[in-house]
Design a binder for this molecule. Structure first.
Ligand SMILES: [Zn+2]
Ligand SMILES: [Zn+2]
Length: 368
């Protein structure tokens, strides 16, 4: 079978892949659609130091083709979203409903594939840029058959990362205010989750002005250009301390939540300056490596601000992915609109090019 394979310094569309039989507790999924997420591009550039060859792709949906012994929650023919969280199900984090903190969800390097007979690595416990993949049963989340695969696949990563930061990592109250810093596939989902939570002001920030229409479509009440030097002041003008002052004591005024989808020291510092007393910056994006930022103590201690990290949306697959699908089917959460273009497997490089040009919310590969 064909797939998009990381060959050491780039990604190539190659034929000659095979996947092994499912072991106990595992599932073979015939992949129908897969979203192209930034992490795949980062991996393809060799930035993660992932071993090669490896089958890329981690945002997928498909049809259960075969189940290993002990798998009872799905059967052949079921439609599923593939979660990247290969959680163990029994550790303290899993028992508390926080599988994003399960140690077994990190790494998970294995060689379930062969490429022309030679062992070939997986990626992100998913490897959905191919026709068939093998995952832990826990990762296969059964969904209704009326949800298009091209929309369902996005729930595998980008949707949960953005929406989950709002719905499961935060405690947004009706009428609160928020900034979403970065309006790509992840940020748009933070924006629409804030709409679900009935935030009164959802301020979108991006360096690409052409993102404004999309941001507003997904629920942004305001849009600001992230390149503007006075971006903090612009936010404070929208949510000032009082009718006459932008900022009060200890920087009072500003928003209750900032979702930092970018993950850059300058953005995180700005984010903190946008917060009202009691506000929280939720860091979603990551610059990787050992990048650091510095922050003044006084912003925290006198007024109870916080900066917290969020991994993959802090979601629990079998409850939270289904909650998103339920919202979608009731017309309260947009998935179809996130898919701005579809490509065959061979069109992977076009999808990456379009993603970098800012022209798409999400490019999706149609595989099955
Ligand atoms: Zn991703
Ligand atoms: Zn666990």
């Amino acid at each position: 079978m064909k797939g998009i394979v990381f060959t050491g310094d780039k990604a190539e569309v190659l034929d000659g892949l095979e996947v092994r039989e499912p072991g106990a507790g595992e599932v073979i999924v015939k992949v129908m659609a897969a979203g192209v997420c930034h992490s795949d591009v980062t991996a393809a550039a060799g930035a993660f130091g992932w071993p090669s060859p490896a089958v890329l792709g981690h945002e997928g949906a498909g049809i259960v083709e075969k189940v290993g012994t002990g798998v009872t929650h799905v059967v052949e023919g079921d439609h599923v979203i593939i979660s990247t969280l290969a959680a163990c199900g029994v550790c303290k984090a899993c028992a508390q409903g926080k599988p994003t903190r399960c140690r077994q969800t990190l790494g998970n390097m294995a060689q379930p594939f062969t490429l022309n007979g030679e062992a070939c690595w997986n990626f992100a416990a998913a490897s959905v840029f191919t026709e068939r993949t093998v995952v832990r049963g826990f990762q296969a989340v059964k969904i209704p058959k009326d949800v298009p695969f091209t929309s369902a696949c996005l729930v595998g990563c980008g949707v949960m990362t953005g929406a989950g930061a709002v719905l499961y990592r935060s405690d947004v109250k009706i009428g609160q205010t928020a900034v979403v810093y970065g309006c790509g596939g992840v940020g748009l989902n933070a924006i629409q989750a804030l709409r679900v939570k009935r935030a009164s002001r959802i301020i979108a920030i991006d360096t690409e002005p052409e993102k404004e229409a999309l941001a507003r479509q997904f629920g942004a009440t305001d849009f600001l250009n992230g390149r503007d030097e006075d971006i903090v002041e612009q936010v404070r003008r929208l949510v000032p301390y009082s009718e006459t002052e932008l900022s009060g004591p200890f920087n009072a005024g500003g928003v209750d939540w900032v979702y930092d989808v970018v993950g850059h020291p300058a953005v995180t510092s700005n984010a903190l300056e946008m917060l009202d007393w009691g506000g929280t910056v939720v860091i979603i994006g990551t610059p990787g490596g050992d990048a650091t930022f510095t922050l003044p103590y006084q912003r925290f201690t006198q007024n109870e601000r916080a900066v917290i990290g969020c991994r993959a949306g802090s979601y629990s697959p079998h409850s939270d992915m289904l909650q998103i699908i339920d919202l979608y089917r009731r017309g309260e959460f947009m998935l179809d609109e996130l898919v701005t273009a579809t490509y065959p497997l061979e069109g992977f490089h076009d999808a990456v090019h379009d993603m970098h040009s800012g022209a798409v919310a999400r490019g999706v590969l149609t595989i099955g």
